[in-house]
Design a protein around this ligand. Structure first.
Ligand SMILES: Cc1cc2nc3c(=O)[nH]c(=O)nc-3n(C[C@H](O)[C@H](O)[C@H](O)COP(=O)(O)O)c2cc1C
Length: 375
């Protein structure tokens, strides 16, 4: 395996990569007021990465978030900036890949390229980049940027942004980068990324332009679709792979989800009910839907369903059950063609040990993971 391939495979042969998604944000992806919810304080993040590293979790994927979603908990209102968060985690770990989730329009490309290299050197080649081109207007206003450009122009900018960064990461000593959206002169970048390969790159654009961007520029495409069936998911993976081949690229397809795992199905369902119903933060779900312009009056049934989905993670696959249930579900995700999944828990630190103890050995026995996971 060459150095770039080793990075793309996150330095291991796990057939199904497992990552923790959203742990840099208070509440993670769980819209709940339950007092034992995830607070994302640094102490907990540090303990989490040490545990995840020890049990063989493959990656940490943060959410790029600047403002919370209000409600009783100000959902995702307390967050760490993701490049500096990744630096801290990389310094505390040995094996795991840590991503930053970076809004391209908010980070000057020269500054960004330098920060990514710094993180990559700290992690000795374990830094990963998740690019977000633009999404949330109210976040951009915080930076004094009105929704700067039309959707298509944003992706044009994003193309120049990653082209400039990749060139800075490359062997050139000094060059000018003259694009339509940026004119950068006398560019130099030393040191280069660790070990002669660039960081693994991912993107989760959903529009046709966003998807094309991912196919052209990244190693991993994330989809957050809540598929109607595993067959539909498998079909989507085939389509993404076929579409990326049009650009001459072989790209890994990843999904997202949330896990509640307990010795019995009833215990798992009861706990899921507790934080998604009894202690749900409905105000945060309503605020998020309002931001997206979704109104209950337009279609009450569709609104209520979407609102309920938002409570437990917004998208992807909910996996609620026994260790056998969760392991079987993850096996089906792998069989559907996904390279990996970034999942969340209601509280990452209290829930991960049981997954490591019971589910990871099952995945090892199924041939999906190299190691059995226990500490
Ligand atoms: C799995 C996943 C993770 C994402 N993470 C973030 C994030 O952390 N911050 C953010 O602002 N947008 C995030 N997004 C939004 C996407 O990057 C993208 O902007 C959005 O899907 C709209 O797609 P489009 O730009 O093609 O219209 C995420 C989307 C998905 C599917």
């Amino acid at each position: 395996m060459d150095a770039q391939q080793a990075r793309i495979s996150m330095h291991n042969g796990n057939r199904l990569k497992l990552g923790l998604f959203g742990a840099n944000c208070s509440n993670g992806r769980a819209m709940t007021t339950a007092p034992e919810r995830w607070m994302a304080d640094w102490e907990s993040c540090e303990r989490l990465v040490e545990l995840a590293d020890a049990v063989g979790v493959d990656f940490m994927l943060p959410i790029g978030r600047w403002r919370g979603y209000q409600g009783a908990t100000d959902h995702q209102g307390t967050t760490f900036e993701t490049i500096t968060w990744a630096c801290g985690l990389l310094a505390r770990s040995k094996r795991i890949t840590c991503f930053a989730t970076v809004h391209a329009p908010l980070f000057n490309p020269v500054l960004a390229a330098k920060e990514f290299v710094t993180a990559d050197q700290i992690g000795r080649g374990r830094f990963g980049l998740n690019i977000v081109i633009a999404w949330n207007d109210s976040e951009f206003k915080m930076f004094g940027i009105e929704q700067q450009k039309e959707h298509e122009a944003r992706y044009e900018y994003g193309q120049e942004w990653i082209d400039a960064i990749k060139r800075m990461w490359g062997p050139e000593e000094e060059f000018d980068f003259i694009g339509k959206h940026m004119q950068l002169r006398g560019l130099r970048l030393k040191p280069k990324p660790y070990g002669g390969a660039r960081p693994v790159i991912m993107n989760a654009g959903t529009s046709p332009t966003g998807r094309a961007y991912a196919y052209k520029n990244t190693d991993a495409y994330f989809t957050a679709t809540r598929f109607a069936s595993m067959e539909a998911a498998a079909e989507a993976v085939v389509n993404v792979k076929a579409e990326s081949r049009v650009y001459g690229r072989e790209i890994g397809v990843y999904t997202v989800g949330e896990i509640v795992c307990r010795p019995t199905r009833k215990e798992a369902e009861d706990f899921f009910h507790y934080w998604t119903e009894d202690t749900a933060d409905w105000g945060a779900a309503d605020y998020m839907l309002a931001l997206k312009g979704v109104k209950r009056a337009d279609d009450p049934a569709a609104y209520d369903k979407r609102r309920r989905d938002l409570i437990h993670g917004q998208s992807g696959f909910p996996m609620i059950g026994t260790p056998d249930d969760v392991a079987d579900y993850l096996e089906r995700i792998s069989t559907a063609g996904f390279s990996g999944i970034g999942f969340s828990f209601m509280n990452y630190l209290t829930e991960l040990p049981y997954l490591a103890q019971e589910v990871l050995p099952r995945l090892h026995r199924k041939g999906l993971r190299e190691s059995a996971g226990a500490v």
